[in-house]
Design a protein around this ligand. Structure first.
Ligand code: CA
Length: 195
């Protein structure tokens, strides 16, 4: 308003014999000077899983990737409910997480969950072989299939180290590796003494 003593971004209120200037919503100041408030500097403006963007006189909140709603509330998307929202392999199991999802290869398959290959068929055993099944359960919530795979490979290495000194030791082989709760089934093969 031309000639108003109030700032462009202030509301001028006429009073008897005088007037007041009050900065509009989204602005701070004494009414003669009003400057934009950066609402994004206040962490609670948007939801904790949203991106805040300051604009002149206002702000916007948009839910971060993996979340959906209006930015003031953001709910985790369960990407596992539809094949169009996850890229898990057909021989993998999708596990929903807060803000994302993880793919784990099914039992009998190995890989990163996006690509799963059939576990190699074990080589034929010697005639005098004795096979012991060893099931290892590891109760850790892995954040990535790569970390789960690292533990699975370590499991085999540890079994070899533990069993190799035992007389008759032949080999250790992995039968399956269910990565979801990391249950590895291995076989320890020993040979009976030749007669
Ligand atoms: Ca999710």
């Amino acid at each position: 308003m031309a000639g108003s003593p109030c700032h462009l971004n202030a509301q001028c209120n006429n009073t008897i014999g005088s007037f007041t200037c009050k900065c509009k919503t989204g602005y701070t100041g004494n009414g003669t000077h009003c400057s934009d408030i950066n609402e994004c500097l206040t962490p609670t403006t948007c939801h904790s899983n949203a991106q805040c963007r300051n604009t002149v006189g206002s702000f916007t909140c948009n839910c971060s990737q993996g979340y959906v709603s209006n930015g003031f509330q953001c709910f985790d998307i369960n990407e596992c409910l539809s094949m169009s929202t996850n890229n898990c392999h057909m021989n993998a199991t999708c596990s929903n997480t807060d803000g994302g999802f993880i793919c784990f290869c099914n039992s009998g398959f190995t890989g990163d969950g996006v690509n799963c290959q059939v576990l190699a068929t074990p080589a034929p055993l010697p005639l005098n072989a004795v096979v012991f099944e060893i099931i290892t359960t590891i109760n850790i919530n892995f954040t990535s299939p790569q970390k789960a795979n690292a533990i699975i490979n370590l499991d085999k290495e540890l079994l070899v180290v533990a069993l190799a000194p035992i007389p008759g030791y032949h080999s250790v082989r992995k039968i399956s590796d269910r990565q979801g709760s990391v249950i590895v089934t291995s076989e320890a093969i020993f040979t009976t003494s030749q007669t």
